[in-house]
Design a protein around this ligand. Sequence first.
Ligand SMILES: [Zn+2]
Length: 535
Amino acid sequence: MAGVTVHFHSGLSTSDPASSPVLVVGQPRHLARVAWQTIACKLQPRVAKELWTAGVSSLNPAPTDSVSLYMNLATVAALPVKVSRHNTTSRAHFLTKVVRSCSSGGPETVVIVCTRQDMYASGCAVAKAFSLYTRKTTGEALSAQPRPVRATEVRVEFLLVSGDEGLAEPAVLTTADIKCLDTSCAALQLTARLVDAPCNELNTTVFTQEAEAVARELGITPTIIRGEELRERGFGGLYGVGKAAEHPPALVVLSHTPATSKRAIAWVGKGIVYDTGGLSIKGKTAMPGMKRDCGGAAAVLGAFSVAVANGFSDTLHCILCLAENSVGPTATRPDDIHTLYSGKTVEINNTDAEGRLVLADGVAYAAKDLKCDVVLDMATLTGAQGISHGRYHAAHLSNSASWEDAVTRAGRSSGELSFPSVYCPELQFPEFTSAVADFKNSVADRNNGQPSCAGLFINANLGFDWAGVWMHVDMAAPSAVGERATGYGVCLLNSLFGSASRAAILQETSPSLDNGSLLDEAEQQGGRTKKARTE
Ligand SMILES: [Zn+2]
């Protein structure tokens, strides 16, 4: 798709701001370590040394600040001086804002001054400033035409600092580093585009075609189970949610099965292409924006493309649970009872609590059919997630303490933040008690840890004593800022599973490097030597 593409380059090239606009951005203490002779190649002959020095020393970020050095064609910008311990040291969210506000709108260069450790989160933050989806037009009414979308390259280069002193040096990036960063940015933009696209364009059939296109690029033949076949094969959750829509529900699976594999991992995404709430219909103010209820599926698809393109040593399955939660004569009613793929029966008491139903089938398929040891589901699951965790952090829960901690740390190193939610099935799962089925699909008390309860519903379809590692990431809030998708999830997943990647940058952002081999430890903790529930 035309539009802005973000490309990374090794070293610092020579360019003139008059023909190639440049933004230099970093923390003030890092910018102060950039020698004039290092940055002069990006600024001369338009900017002199004195102006650069004065510009950098005049920056007073609160939380950010920028100074123009040559019209709007050469700018230096500062990121916040301090961030707190639940934030990412990369200051990724501020970096995205600075790039968006300082962008010239055409081909340009962004020079990021940071540590090697923050390179991945910082580089990806640039792509988050450039959304691809638009249907804006140009010209007056009656003669309006689609606004032409120019193919534009944003070039990103790094100046790296290490330790507390010494000058910033141009980063030496390998071909593999560049591929890792380029593919991550392309995937972020793909994910954001799928989330931004409305349902009249992106129904389940078109989403499936998008997944097929990703699969083709990776040389993978996807498995697609859709429509009546879902019902016949026992996917009562996914079928029940999607059966009233014009376009049928689908389970789309992309599988990467290398010979080196030591474990099987599944990333399962909630792909509700539109959520009216079903017969428990949403109100006129609650429904707009529900095109974004496919954020989890879009994220796991984007993340999978990055993981496979850069080399991934373990088996990895991307499972998309695609459905439109629509209203019609065949819609699921409250009181209906469905049998989920796990074999468990669910009494529907709220057709708007549909995400957990489609994911229940997705995770059960990962465990039963694909024999996965590690199952992670990602979803825009609850509105309560943003109330408890705010706009920037996802909420995650896991049956494994070490993986729970790993998700938090991967969030900070990737710039896509997440923070744990309470994991306590014995206290919370009774919320779903049903008189006539194994459980209901919606809680009795909405004030009792809703994001945790919703996740536990999914966990219940693996069983609370399941021997594998289960993780759930509710990213309802961070998947969009205002009315634009962020691509959230792509970086988090690739950082979390970076130890299985061949890309050095992903290995370095992986939480496993801090505490030895996380994967082996977690495998034990997941239940083979210890019951998950007792953690
Ligand atoms: Zn819903």
